[in-house]
Design a protein around this ligand. Structure first.
Ligand SMILES: Nc1ncnc2c1ncn2[C@@H]1O[C@H](COP(=O)(O)OP(=O)(O)OP(=O)(O)O)[C@@H](O)[C@H]1O
Ligand SMILES: [Mg+2]
Length: 397
């Protein structure tokens, strides 16, 4: 026997007409095989408000809902019930002449409908069973959708966090280059200061220390200290985080990036050739663009170093074409492996043992921020990176 109606199942019937209710109740009792009043499976409400109240108190398994009640009519009735009971299946009861409402009712969240006076026990059973199955499926779908939405949000938040970590990591990597360069640039004035100190001591021991020589020693010492201090100021400026957008000459950006790499190129015996036949002005964060160039220069140095080339060369040249300022950076470090070419701008793509794979990703982000772009290709015996930034007119001041 098909036991669609469990004895534990309660059905809320929201129906203002006592005659119609009596009939429905009788059918339900038949379907339930109810023998005594103790097993009453039906809760009766005559208005929508009454129905909502009873639904809240007694948690029915199914609702049979008349669409024209004293306090609500039509599709609005379904909507109110659906909002109050998001997971309980609703079977709508329509009159003979408003059965067209049934489609709208289904759209508003009902699971099935019955036309009053035209259904028997079997039709009732079937409608209730269908409504329950459909309701359960819809609830699961809703839950899945919510979980999916939540997971998308979580992934987005994770990605944002990752980007922040990336920027931080990239800054730290650059800091290594900067410290290396400061150390390199300090060596000479530090040595000079050490010699100066020894000279003062000698002069004193040989009785040659005069007022004039003291003044000269002090002035020299001051000069060396100034030089060291300037090195620090130059680089501190590079790390300024609260930077404003300005108009600047691309040459300046190239110059700043090169000044940070100076020491590294000297140590690696890498020759640099810079061609700047044009002045191109662009708009954006000056230090950010230098940072982007720096990432490209570091890669060129790494490639030359990895190849062990004694004649390493980096060529940098500027152009102004189609309203774009273009910086091309070409090295002779052997180039990018063909199958890596399409991936070098992806985050975390690296072929280096100690690489993080964020250098070029960061560079791409910085350029996109400036409405520019970056491209990579292989040339004769190395790689060429081209950076495009929209050109603007020079600043007026
Ligand atoms: N000039 C180049 N010559 C050869 N290969 C290059 C060059 N520039 C980039 N690549 C390739 O692109 C990859 C990604 O470069 P990217 O700067 O994003 O990361 P990385 O240098 O490996 O690590 P990170 O810059 O984070 O320290 C490199 O690992 C390398 O394989
Ligand atoms: Mg890199």
């Amino acid at each position: 026997m098909n036991k669609t109606f469990q004895h534990a199942e309660t059905i809320l019937v929201v129906e203002d007409d006592p005659g119609d209710f009596g009939l429905i109740r009788a059918l339900i009792r038949l379907a339930h095989h109810v023998q005594s009043d103790d097993e009453e499976p039906v809760i009766w409400a005559q208005t929508l408000v009454d129905g909502l109240t009873k639904a809240g108190q007694q948690q029915p398994d199914v609702v049979l809902l008349d669409l024209s009640l004293p306090d609500s009519s039509g599709v609005a009735t379904v909507r109110s019930m659906r909002t109050a009971l998001p997971d309980v299946p609703i079977v709508v009861l329509t009159g003979h002449d408003d059965s067209w409402l049934s489609i709208a009712a289904l759209e508003a969240g009902a699971q099935d409908y019955l036309v009053k006076g035209q259904f028997d026990v079997d039709a009732l059973k079937r409608a209730v069973r269908n409504a329950r199955v459909r309701g359960a499926l819809e609830s699961r779908l809703r839950l899945l959708n919510e979980t999916l939405e939540q997971r998308v949000q979580e992934e987005l938040a994770k990605n944002r966090e990752k980007d922040l970590v990336l920027i931080q990591q990239s800054r730290l990597a650059t800091m290594g280059e900067v410290l290396h360069n400061i150390a390199h640039q300090w060596r000479q004035p530090l040595n000079a200061l050490a010699v100066l100190q020894a000279n003062i001591k000698d002069a004193f021991e040989y009785g040659e220390l005069t007022r004039e020589s003291i003044v000269k020693y002090t002035e020299d010492g001051e000069r060396y200290i100034q030089k060291m201090s300037k090195t620090i100021d130059d680089f501190r400026n590079f790390f300024q985080s609260a930077e404003k957008s300005t108009r600047f000459n691309l040459v300046e950006s190239v110059r700043q990036a090169l000044s940070i790499m100076d020491a590294s190129f000297e140590v690696g015996k890498i020759a640099i050739a810079v061609e700047t036949p044009v002045d191109v002005f662009v708009e954006g964060m000056f230090n950010e663009l230098s940072h982007a160039l720096l990432n490209v220069l570091v890669n060129a140095r790494d490639a030359i170093k990895a190849k062990g080339r004694p004649d390493g060369v980096i060529l940098i040249w500027l152009a102004h074409e189609d309203n774009m300022g273009i910086i091309r950076i070409r090295d002779n470090g052997g180039g990018i492996p063909e199958k890596a070419l399409s991936k070098v701008f992806d985050p975390y793509f690296t072929t280096k043992e100690n690489g993080t794979g964020i250098g070029l990703y960061m560079t791409r982000m910085i350029l996109e921020h400036m409405h520019g772009r970056i491209e990579a290709r292989n040339v004769e015996d190395g790689a060429e990176i081209a950076i495009f930034v929209p050109a603007v007119s020079p600043p007026t001041s």
